[in-house]
Design a protein around this ligand. Sequence first.
Ligand SMILES: Cc1ncc(COP(=O)(O)O)c(C=O)c1O
Length: 386
Amino acid sequence: MSSSPESHLIFDPNTIIADRARAIDASGIRKVFDMAASMKDPINLSIGQPDFDVPEAIKQRAIQAIEHGRNRYTPTQGIADLVEPIRHQVENDTGWKQPGIMVLSGTSGGIMLAMFACLNPGDEVIFLDPYFVMYKHLPKLVGAVPVSVDSYPDFRLDAKKIQAAVTPRTRMLVICSPNNPTGMAYTSAELEAVAAVARRHGLLVLSDEIYDAFCYQPHVSIAPMLPDQCLLLKGYSKTYAMTGWRLGYAAGPRPIIDQMIKLQQYTFVCAPSPAQYAALELLHSNSVDMTPHIDEYRRRRDRMVEGLGDLYPVGNPGGAFYVFAKAPGGWSGNELVRRAISKNVLLIPGSVFSDRDTHFRISYAASPAHIEKGIAVLRELAQEAQ
Ligand SMILES: Cc1ncc(COP(=O)(O)O)c(C=O)c1O
């Protein structure tokens, strides 16, 4: 054995970063947050979560759960007291028979597990542009190919455009209604037409319905139209303002859910235990009524459309808490956002959610006073753009 001193390579943490991590570009949204950091008391219309707090009864149930020792791992698929009522609820809502159910660490967890469970390298995933950012980036983590379908200018769900994007490699179609970032809620006719495309090509439809409670017209789900080839994702984050509690659930064909449970076992392990026990409050009592909040959000949506509609084309946003508007005067979305920030209003450039930089997202999960200020500034900007 040589007695020479051991040689050391200098370790540079930057060199160990995998290509899949590098491939995700979060610079757009980071730039916005950097700009926001320098703003004093901004009129913040960029927020992707409700501005009300978790209902008191749910909070109390979580506190009790923690105090009563519900602080340990739960079964990977979720506690049976929650899973079984969810299964009944899904059966009632969709007409599905004995679907697989699992409780998730947020809907985001479900999107990730679904992609890991169902996609091979080279498989294609179709979704609309503008998109929720995970739809574009998570397929890449598994070597799959994100295929965005341009939905400008009206952001409706057009089955013909989706059909045109299908190739022999297409495996999955992601639908989000009501939609982030456009606020669109799709009609039965739109969803039926897309369900027909999915059936024709044997695609799995991942239906992200995290904003289902925030629907200002009857909410239509594609799930009942596709009993055997839909993976339904629902979340508690937005409906009950518990985005930090990390709770959602997936329902769908058992073979898919079984694989997702297996993958959850080796990743998230389980959804947070106190949050799962707190969610039982929603099943067995009438103590939580979100209707007043939803009615308030509907009024804010109406005010946004009324306050901006003549100067900014925003279409007919039927849900969530966003409108997606075109920047005036040929400005890019980023230019509009930069100018709004100079007037202390924070918005998100459309390029964060899109391959285009022509629009911007306004969130009305903000106080009516801030909404009024935002409308006033956007009206000023539209005048300046002329
Ligand atoms: C369309 C969409 N899906 C999923 C999520 C993630 O939600 P969760 O908090 O349940 O992970 C969000 C959050 O912004 C969203 O907008």
